[in-house]
Design a protein around this ligand. Sequence first.
Ligand code: AMP
Ligand code: ZN
Length: 504
Amino acid sequence: MQPLHLYNTLARKKQLFEPLSPPYVGMYVCGPTVYNYVHLGNVRTFLTFDTLYRYLTFIGYKVRYVRNLTDVGHLVGDGDEGEDKIGRMAKLEKVEPMEIVQRFTNDFHTVMTQFNTLPPSIEPTATGHMVEQIEAVQALLTKGLAYESNGSVYFDIDTYNQRGGNYGKLSGRILEDLLNETRELDGQSEKRSPLDFAIWKRAAPEHIMRWNSPWGEGFPGWHLECTCMSTKYLGKQFDIHGGGMDLKFPHHECEIAQGDGLTGHDPVRYWMHSNMLTVNGQKMSKSLGNSFLPSELFAGSHYLLEQAYSPMTVRFFMLQSHYRSTLDFSNDALKAAQKGYRRLANGLRIIKMMTYQAGEGEPGVDSPSVDSPDETKQQDIRQAVQQFYDAMNDDLNTAVGIAQLFTLLKYINMLYLQQLQASALGEDVFNLLKESFVTFMQDVLGLKEEGTSNQPVLEGLLTLYREYKEQRQYDKVDQIRSYFKAQGLAIKDMKHQIDWAYEE
Ligand code: AMP
Ligand code: ZN
């Protein structure tokens, strides 16, 4: 089997993944700023790293997954000046900033659960790590890599570079270009160079979220929290750091400079960036007005949406593209994803009910023996399983992985429709098929069955359906059919049995 390779943004190529201290893996992902509802673009990034977390765990690593919450409202816009995002919301609504933080943290958790993402091992907050951040500012000042100016403290990029640092190496930005691009912003005059970034910012009188520090009342720079929280929980150097592509610069570039400045070496071994969810080719973002919320998606209540889509349909839609490609939102693609996901969900439901030596009358049942195994089919199944791992090991290629699931699904459906006897696969391959399909789909890709809480009622209704059919009471038969249909389910009248399925 191909060993796991991941694309490292810093190396600009796929590299063999070798954790610092196997079987342990440390992974840090930049979490949301909790001042607003997360939109579907944000979800894509968290879903990518959830899948990575799931896969690393699945192949045996013991992963410590740290995903922070930015609850210090850093500033609106990329510059160092402007209003505090959380403070602004708090003022607008006349509530405490921490009420804003709590509300959107709760919403974020609800959304993450809806999309079946696993909770991280640690979810630290910026406000909970103020001491660490102030200490880091002090340490950078002591090392001469930062300077105080008018109550703020800035990271000194020129000095950092003179001492061997390479600011710009992650994003590939060239210092000269950056200098030309940098607009004259308010407060720029406080800096020795326009590229220097704030690690501590003096709070203007109207700024609500403020803390005491040796440099007066202020708040930490956004980049600093991730440096402090990642190294606190994962060590001065750790395995994986992730986030959306838009965070590469300046956020992650600054994290490298800070970490390197504090410890003398790169903080992260593998930098991973997931690409943007776009709408008509434009990044989905709140400020562009082209974003929608998960709740709008589930209700179909946004002008861009032709219908409602379920969380697993969306998860499937996102996993069908590689995380490093942009993914453009479209109703057609989502409708196709709904069909694809439901086909897999039907496969999941039926394979879970099948056993190699089950009693009579159950789906997929077969008495092992008679037929000799069909080696071509056995080989095909083994190969699909192998190729699933190879795809995931090739920089998490979920798109190719899903294609393998459909190969496995073909055999599950053949067994279900009794077009194939389990004995033709043999017990080992039958079990491989079942176990692989269930674990790949549920544990690795995080695709679970949706909307099946009333299964016992459905089974009861199916019994009635069978009776009414025998008695030729077709109005009642139709009534039951309509009841299933209203729930997105279909009754399957097959030669050998009557069953229900998710409508595809
Ligand atoms: P923020 O709260 O703005 O820091 O965003 C949280 C995460 O969502 C970051 O990792 C961003 O890179 C990511 N993100 C923001 N917009 C998009 C988008 N349109 N597609 C994918 N990820 C995004
Ligand atoms: Zn971050």
